[in-house]
Design a protein around this ligand. Structure first.
Ligand code: LMR
Length: 328
């Protein structure tokens, strides 16, 4: 990519920074579903694109397609196996068809904060997960953080009983379905890009997501308020296809791997600030945030914790123990 082409691409794509690739460059399409400038994943993908196009100019070229413009998360992994896209970072909840091990990340109240998540992902158990789907054609290059999830609905949610009978959008994950059933609510799996409309038209009453997704998709506009439950995790795995990765020239693969790892460290270190900025942005835009007393929060823990037992067989008791030791 020449500097002029990059500048023109920037202007044309009005901030989505689509780079024009030149003949002979290895094209790396990165597809994702969020915004590019305020969202932890969007910022990380943009930085990755910038570094690849700068440092690997003439060899490789990355094109980032944000905001579900190329694929949504239900399609992207199949598209990757077909060779139509080379990188993505779907949430860990979206690997259900490929592994049951990731279910640990969806279990409610499994990690007390993002430091615990970082420690678990860096442990041997966590790192082994990156290569756990190789036989299915997918390779993890790293974990990218987003944050802990909050509940929102079209009425105040203070106690778990407030969620009973309501319809909640969930990501397509059996654990999240079970979590909502534990609250006597009705889970509705749905693509991310459809959630705002579904909340607005009343197809669903509520949802669970992180501050950056609640702000980025403006869910707060069409909800009564957001309850700060921090009840679950939403994180990502940067994923590529084993076939494509193995087919890269060795020096190209090594350079790309280093860049991905450095971007991962840099952006994961910034996660607390990005999360806090998005929470504040919800307030600044007029969104209502409700905090829980310790007793109220304990009631949510009690209602949802039985879900662990349901999925212990899938994720392994050792993995749960390892995560809990980190929390201690
Ligand atoms: C969701 O579907 O709610 C999230 O996985 C979207 C995302 O990528 O953060």
């Amino acid at each position: 990519v020449t500097a002029a082409a990059t500048a023109m691409g920037l202007v044309l794509a009005a901030g989505s920074a689509m780079a024009a690739c030149e003949d002979g460059e290895i094209v790396i399409k990165f597809s994702h579903v969020t915004n590019t400038d305020k969202h932890p994943k969007g910022i990380a993908a943009s930085l990755l694109q910038e570094r690849v196009n700068d440092e690997m100019n003439g060899t490789a070229c990355m094109e980032v397609y944000p905001n579900s413009t190329l694929y949504n998360d239900d399609q992207v992994l199949e598209a990757m196996l077909q060779g139509d896209v080379q990188m993505a970072a779907p949430s860990l909840s979206k690997f259900e068809k490929f592994t049951k091990k990731f279910r640990i990340f969806d279990l409610p109240f499994m990690f007390k904060n993002m430091d615990a998540v970082e420690a678990f992902q860096s442990s041997e158990t966590g790192q082994d997960m990156l290569t756990s789907m190789e036989r299915r054609g997918l390779l993890g290059l790293g974990f990218w953080h987003n944050g802990l999830k909050q509940f929102s609905a079209n009425k105040p949610l203070i106690l778990p009983s407030d969620a009973a009978g309501l319809k909640f959008r969930v990501q397509p994950s059996d654990v999240l379905v079970a979590q909502m059933e534990a609250l006597d609510a009705s889970p509705q799996p749905m693509a991310f890009s459809e959630v705002y409309g579904a909340l607005q038209t009343g197809v669903v009453d509520g949802q669970e997501n992180t501050w950056s997704n609640i702000y980025g998709q403006k869910f707060f506009e069409v909800q009564d308020g957001i309850t700060e439950t921090n009840h679950g995790l939403l994180d990502y795995m940067v994923v590529t296809s084993v076939d494509w990765w193995d087919g890269l020239p060795e020096d190209v693969r090594a350079q790309l791997k280093t860049i991905v790892e450095e971007v991962t460290v840099t952006r994961n270190q910034a996660i607390a600030q990005v999360d806090a900025d998005n929470r504040q942005a919800v307030l600044d835009a007029g969104g209502v945030i409700r905090e829980l007393t310790p007793e109220q929060r304990a009631a949510w823990v009690e209602a949802m914790k039985p879900v662990w037992i349901q999925f212990e067989g899938d994720v392994g008791a050792e993995a749960i123990d390892a995560a809990q030791q980190i929390n201690a």
